[in-house]
Design a protein around this ligand. Structure first.
Ligand code: BGC
Length: 551
């Protein structure tokens, strides 16, 4: 993109001659009314969009079951044969083996999420998710069948690719099909399923850990096949994203799937208006972000200046850094290391119970976001959520450090950790996923979401690797002081959200694109659209526009 194009884009003045339009697009008639850029939706249509959130179960269950399984006696005996003769209480896997088994999945998900971005543009969002379910099942079967480390690790790597496909493209798919007024709530449903997955994993582990057969680990691993089957088969019956067909230039197909998604007749004027808007926006973006080759379409994600709010580079950095900051809140410290940490504090009799409680608080608090994310907006809840988390973490750090070993003080620390989880689950948990699905323009959306999801897995993995060194009694042994670090990082999240995250609530994805061009994050909540893309590219029939204006 030339710098003059960028200037024009900055000023929101980009015009496109109707002669430049794709032939199919020229037949469309859009609206000049900024409130009519999306068709009405029926209950059935809401349900279709909501189904995809089920994909979150993969993510949560996969993150949740492995630490428990690695502590199971039969699993240790199978994958670390030199432990067989030790008494039960002394058996454990060496850290390097634990780290390999845990992190190999993140490696798979990291690359899976990036590759999935390409596939979603070539073959469609829906097919990429179905392929992810299939790959995941192959990996899972290898893991269930394994009784040697090599096969287990290979299985986890393959499954990781599948989880990467699913976790990135579900967000893309849901953001593209959901109606704008409930898009945040529906994508938060995905986060809710993540939390359910974590909960189911701890319950299944609890149920099978006492078995002294290979079923103790094969059941928790094998159960995941069910999630893949439900999601894969369910998606088979759902329509593709209309934005995918628009990107492919197939307007007729886009109309067909949009009508199914909104549960309206093909020839409905509302479908016509919504489609015209998506097409017009894409025609403008295509002109601004030409993608002549495979590499240039990747390069497009990094184009523009970092100081420009709406440049592709800025959006890519925003998506990737938002996911990084979500990991920096320290939430996975509680979910991955909670049990060990509470045991090491020494004053808690049933550490497992406490981690079950934190997992339950996570599940029960997430639905609050279905309402708050649409009522107060993404930006607001991210700022207030970070404030809430930082306060709780500093209190936990101060009380835990000043009154080390005091039973009542530890109860207070645990209560504040639960309130911290409440803040995470109702704000940053869903918020980070919702925002990455909304900030990218169509030409780079699938890759942008893929890169952002990969960043989540990357930082998730880094935290998994370094945390034991911070709190391990034979290492940094920080104890409750570790919450000073998480509290400090949450303080950075406040500043980050205030200066960098724009408000996207209630806008169509095309209007988000325009908002980012016309204002900065701090002014974004007040921004309102004044024109439609259809109007700009001349896809409005004059008689219709006249009637709309009179109304
Ligand atoms: C995060 C995960 C975390 C989970 C907890 C997700 O949004 O990305 O890393 O384990 O929330 O609910």
């Amino acid at each position: 993109m030339s710098s003059s194009d960028l200037d024009v884009k900055d000023q929101g003045l980009m015009q496109i001659a109707s002669d430049d339009l794709n032939d199919n697009a020229k037949q469309l008639h859009g609206t000049t009314d900024t409130n009519r850029v999306e068709a009405d939706v029926t209950f059935k249509a809401y349900m279709m969009c909501a189904f995809a959130s089920f994909g979150g179960i993969f993510f949560g269950y996969d993150s949740g079951y492995i630490s428990g399984v690695m502590g199971m006696e039969y699993f240790i005996d199978t994958f670390q044969k030199d432990q067989r003769d030790k008494p039960k209480s002394e058996k454990s896997l060496p850290s390097s083996r634990k780290s390999l088994i845990t992190s190999i999945l993140s490696a798979g998900t990291f690359f899976g999420a990036i590759i999935a971005g390409d596939l979603a543009d070539w073959y469609g969002r829906r097919l990429t998710i179905i392929a992810g379910c299939f790959i995941f099942m192959i990996g899972d079967i290898l893991q269930v069948a394994s009784s040697s480390l090599g096969l287990l690790v290979a299985g986890r790597l393959v499954s990781g690719f599948g989880v990467g496909f699913v976790s990135a493209i579900i967000i893309l798919y849901m953001s593209e099909i959901a109606p704008r007024k409930v898009r945040g709530a529906l994508v938060s449903g995905y986060q809710f399923c993540i939390t359910l997955g974590l909960l189911i994993a701890s319950c299944v582990n609890y149920g099978t850990e006492k078995l002294n057969t290979s079923a103790s680990y094969r059941i928790p691993i094998g159960l995941q096949l069910l999630w893949a089957l439900i999601l894969g088969i369910g998606l088979f019956f759902l329509p593709e994203s209309p934005r995918f067909f628009v990107k492919k230039g197939n307007v007729a197909k886009a109309r067909e799937v949009l009508a199914r998604l909104r549960d309206q007749p093909l020839e409905s004027p509302q479908i016509e208006d919504e489609l015209a808007e998506i097409v017009a926006n894409h025609e403008i973006e295509k002109k601004l972000i030409p993608q002549d080759s495979y590499w240039s379409s990747w390069a497009a994600c990094f184009e523009g200046s970092i100081t420009n709010n709406s440049s592709n580079l800025r959006r890519t950095i925003l998506g990737m850094s938002l996911q990084m900051m979500q990991q920096f809140t320290g939430v996975n410290f509680i979910f991955y290391f909670g049990t060990t940490f509470f045991q090491e504090l020494g004053t808690i009799s049933n550490a497992f119970l406490i981690s079950l409680i934190t997992t339950l608080v996570n599940v029960c608090s997430t639905p609050i976001s279905f309402w708050t994310i649409e009522r107060f907006g993404r930006r607001t809840i991210l700022i207030w959520g970070a404030i809430g988390m930082a306060i709780c973490e500093f209190i936990a750090a101060i009380v835990g450090t000043a009154k080390e070993g005091d039973k009542n003080a530890m109860k207070a620390v645990i209560s504040f950790i639960c309130i911290y989880i409440f803040f995470f689950a109702s704000t940053w948990g869903p918020g980070a996923w919702v925002v990455i699905g909304e900030i990218f323009p169509l030409p780079i959306r699938s890759r942008g979401v893929g890169l952002s999801t990969a960043s989540n897995w990357f930082w998730n993995c880094i935290i998994t690797v370094i945390t034991p060194y911070m709190v391990g009694t034979d290492q940094g042994n920080l104890g409750a002081k570790v919450f000073f670090i998480w509290g400090g990082l949450c303080t950075c999240c406040i500043v980050y959200a205030y200066f960098l995250v724009p408000e996207t609530k209630g806008l169509s994805l095309e209007q988000v694109d325009r908002m980012m061009e016309e204002t900065n994050p701090r002014g974004s909540a007040k921004w309102r659209p004044t024109t439609t893309y259809a109007q700009e590219v001349g896809l409005v029939d004059a008689a219709k526009a006249d009637v709309e204006h009179k109304v």
